[in-house]
Ligand binder design. Structure first.
Ligand code: SF4
Ligand code: SF4
Length: 247
C-alpha cells in the first residue's frame, strides 16, 4: 500500500492542461490542411491523380476533409508547394459543406445549436456505436477517459446504454450488417438527441467508400450534428470538437 501511495505521489498530476493552456503536437502530426492557390498546375494535377481518396478538388483547389485520410501523399508529392498540413487539430465542423476547405474553417462554437449548449453544456452522456470501424477511431475515443485527457472533468461521459445517453458517437462506414443495430441504438436515445460522426469512414465511407457493403456517410442515414474528420481523428480533435460544440 505504501509503495502504491509513494508511486502516486511521485507521479504527480498527470492531466493535460488543455484547454486552459495550449498544446503543441509533434511536427509529424497532420492537422488542418492548407492549400496554396498559386501552386503550379502540373503539381495540382499530380496530387489530384495520386490522392487515394479522390479528396482533392483540383478545379476549386479545395480538400474534402470528409474523404481525406491524412496520408500526406499530396504534401509529399507537391513538396509542400500545393498542400501543407498544419498542426492545428481543431478541424471539426457542424455543416458538411465546411469539410471542403482551402485551409480556412469557420469557428465551430458559432455553429453550435443554441439549445444543445443549454441542455448539454454541463452534462453530456454519449453512447459510442462502432459501425464497422477498424478500431482506431474507437481507440482514440476510448483514450479520452484516461487520466491525461480526463473527459469526465468536463461533465462528458461515455455510457453503456443508449437510454441513458443524450446522443450517439458513430465510427466506421456503417456496414450493411450494422445498419439495423445503429438505427435501433439511435431510436433508443431519448429526444432531443445529438449525432456525432467521427472519422473519415463515418463522414464519407473512408477507405471503403464506393463499396456496396457500406454507406456513403452517416449523414445519408441520420441527421448529423457534428463532423469530426481524421483517420483516426486525434483525441485532441475529438476533445476540441466536444468542448467547442457543447460548452
Ligand atoms: S492527405 Fe488527404 S488529400 Fe492528400 S493525398 Fe492523402 S487522402 Fe488525398
Ligand atoms: S476512419 Fe480510418 S481509423 Fe477510423 S474506422 Fe475508418 S479506417 Fe479506421
Amino acid at each position: 500500500m505504501l509503495k502504491i501511495l509513494k508511486n502516486r505521489m511521485e507521479q504527480g498530476y498527470r492531466t493535460s492542461p488543455y484547454p486552459k493552456e495550449g498544446i503543441t503536437l509533434p511536427e509529424r502530426y497532420r492537422g488542418r490542411p492548407e492549400v496554396n492557390a498559386k501552386a503550379p498546375s502540373h503539381l495540382v494535377k499530380r496530387c489530384v491523380e495520386s490522392c487515394p481518396q479522390q479528396a482533392i478538388d483540383g478545379k476549386n483547389l479545395r480538400i474534402d476533409m470528409g474523404r481525406c485520410v491524412f496520408c500526406g501523399d499530396c504534401e509529399r508529392i507537391s513538396e509542400g508547394k500545393f498542400v501543407t498540413f498544419t498542426r492545428d487539430f481543431g478541424i471539426s465542423v457542424a455543416e458538411k459543406a465546411h469539410l471542403l476547405t482551402d485551409g480556412g474553417l469557420p469557428e465551430l462554437a458559432a455553429h453550435s445549436k443554441k439549445h444543445f449548449k443549454k441542455l448539454f453544456g454541463r452534462s453530456l452522456q454519449l453512447r459510442q456505436v462502432s459501425a464497422a470501424g477498424c478500431n482506431a477511431c474507437e481507440a482514440d475515443l476510448n483514450v479520452l477517459a484516461t487520466p491525461f485527457f480526463d473527459l469526465a472533468r468536463f461533465g462528458i461521459n461515455f455510457v453503456a446504454s443508449p437510454r441513458h445517453a443524450d446522443g450517439i458517437v458513430v465510427t466506421g462506414p456503417v456496414s450493411r450488417n450494422m445498419r439495423t443495430a445503429l438505427l435501433q441504438t439511435f431510436e433508443a436515445v431519448p429526444s432531443p438527441r445529438v449525432v456525432i460522426a467521427v472519422g473519415s469512414c463515418a463522414l464519407s465511407g473512408g477507405p471503403f467508400r464506393g463499396s456496396p457493403e457500406v454507406s456513403e456517410g452517416l449523414d445519408s442515414i441520420l441527421p448529423v450534428d457534428l463532423f469530426i474528420p481524421g483517420c483516426p481523428p486525434h483525441p485532441l480533435t475529438n476533445l476540441h470538437a466536444l468542448l467547442n460544440y457543447f460548452k
